[in-house]
Design a protein around this ligand. Structure first.
Ligand SMILES: Cc1cc2nc3c(=O)[nH]c(=O)nc-3n(C[C@H](O)[C@H](O)[C@H](O)COP(=O)(O)O)c2cc1C
Length: 411
């Protein structure tokens, strides 16, 4: 018989999660000055922990404060003070939730207006059609820069451990640096970091190995991986299968399967190569094709809003169910499910003709809900999509100016 979403789950490294429901990473863009966690984030995570989700994975935390996915993001480096991170952990632990930090390097997915470092395996710019100029063409990384990034991931993981986090999740999906190395569309190198899949996966493996060697045995190490990039000529399901198999034996506790990138936002249910995804649990079919690729437990994230779908995910041999936007709308959904199996995590969404714009609006609405929770309020039942975009853009512009000023990027 398969597990219930309310059953506990023990990870290979020994840590036990109280249930199978996970809050997937959502970049909150709510950092306090200095790219540190602060009261807004603590209030937000307090609502999630109270909602009975077993594991909270933070929004991506940057391993380099000069290479950020957004101006309100959190960064954790070797010399960053740990007190605010300890407070973040205490909020989750205080209400019985486990908490992992997602750690990330954006590579070429750094908005031009942000400035800072824009590094990638090769000097290949993002193709976003008429929106491509939002990003610069990145610099191809040198051996030294690659080594620096590996060490940064390990330093951030050790810092997360010292702050009391139960684990880290390495972000190797959604077109960020590690995914850029994995994809033949963005990795054109002919050295030991490119060409064959074995070489393209080397950076991810090295990051895992370096982190595992640096943290204590009971500390969880997970990877978020695309089941496919959903771009012609990109990283495919068969590649995901090989990468998954190659992580076997490296002490990985969990692989979270997602899909897509800025160029092909499959994680929002839309693809660039025209392939259709399931209306709910977008990547379940892909996960099912991967369950026998390795013994590492899997998690599927994307499109889950109903208990019956979450249960279907577990029934197909996947260990954990990830949810992001449903928990931005209904932070106590797991608690509601424990007494009402029909409670739904339906989300506010627009489907405009301009897909880029509607993606922007949907993200803006989610971020607005997160900010409301950061202010100690419940999420709103209704939101204007247009107003959300305007407020989001205004706020991001303001935060970008402060970020650039604080880091001296305007000189
Ligand atoms: C506002 C927002 C921010 C996100 N930030 C991250 C992130 O930092 N790291 C990550 O791996 N995924 C991020 N995601 C993607 C989610 O983790 C998830 O994969 C995706 O939203 C699909 O799941 P859902 O349908 O349950 O929302 C973000 C999604 C949203 C809506």
């Amino acid at each position: 018989m398969s597990a219930s979403v309310f059953d506990a789950f023990t990870l290979p490294s020994g840590h036990t999660l109280k249930n199978r429901l996970v809050k997937a990473a959502m970049e909150e863009n709510m950092a306090a000055p200095g790219q540190l966690p602060g009261d807004d984030l603590f209030n937000l995570y307090d609502q999630w922990a109270a909602g009975e989700t077993g594991l909270l994975i933070t929004g991506n935390v940057m391993v380099d404060r000069l290479a950020m996915t957004g101006p309100g993001g959190v960064a954790l480096e070797r010399d960053t003070p740990l007190a605010p991170f300890k407070e973040w952990v205490a909020v989750a632990h205080g209400k019985g939730a486990s908490i992992w930090m997602q750690i990330n390097h954006p590579g070429r997915q750094v908005f031009r207006r942000m400035g800072g470092r824009n590094l990638a395996p090769s000097a290949v710019g993002l193709d976003l059609g008429k929106h491509s100029s939002l990003f610069d063409v990145p610099k191809a990384m040198s051996e030294e820069e690659i080594e620096d990034v590996i060490q940064r991931f390990a330093d951030t993981a050790v810092q997360a451990q010292n702050a009391g986090f139960d684990g880290v999740e390495i972000h190797a999906a959604h077109g960020y640096l590690l995914a850029q190395f994995l994809s033949p569309l963005s990795n054109k190198r002919s050295d030991r970091w490119g060409d064959s899949l074995e070489n393209r996966a080397r950076l991810l493996r090295e990051v895992v190995i370096r982190i595992r060697a640096a943290v204590r045995p009971g500390f969880a190490v997970a990877v978020k991986l695309n089941s496919a990039d959903f771009q012609r000529g990109g990283f495919e399901l068969s590649d995901a299968r090989e990468v998954l198999a190659s992580l076997e034996g490296l002490g990985v506790d969990l692989v979270e399967l997602s899909g897509g990138s800025y160029e092909s936002p499959a994680m929002q249910g839309r693809t660039a190569d025209g392939r259709t995804l399931a209306r709910e649990a977008y990547f379940l079919e892909f996960a099912q094709a991967l369950t026998d690729a390795s013994t590492i437990p899997l998690m599927v994230t994307g499109g889950v809003r109903r208990l019956s779908v979450a249960q279907e995910v577990l029934n197909s041999g996947v260990a954990l169910v990830g949810m992001a936007t449903a928990l931005a709308q209904t932070p106590d959904l797991p608690r509601q499910w424990s007494t009402d199996a029909e409670a739904s995590g339906e989300i506010l969404q627009v489907r405009w003709k301009d897909k880029t714009l509607s993606g922007l609006a949907n993200m803006a609405m989610v971020r607005r809900q997160l900010r409301r929770m950061g202010d100690g309020l419940p999420p709103a039942r209704r939101l204007s999509a247009i107003l959300s975009v305007v407020l989001d853009q205004y706020r991001l512009a303001k935060l970008t100016r402060s970020y650039r000023k604080a880091l001296g990027l305007d000189q």
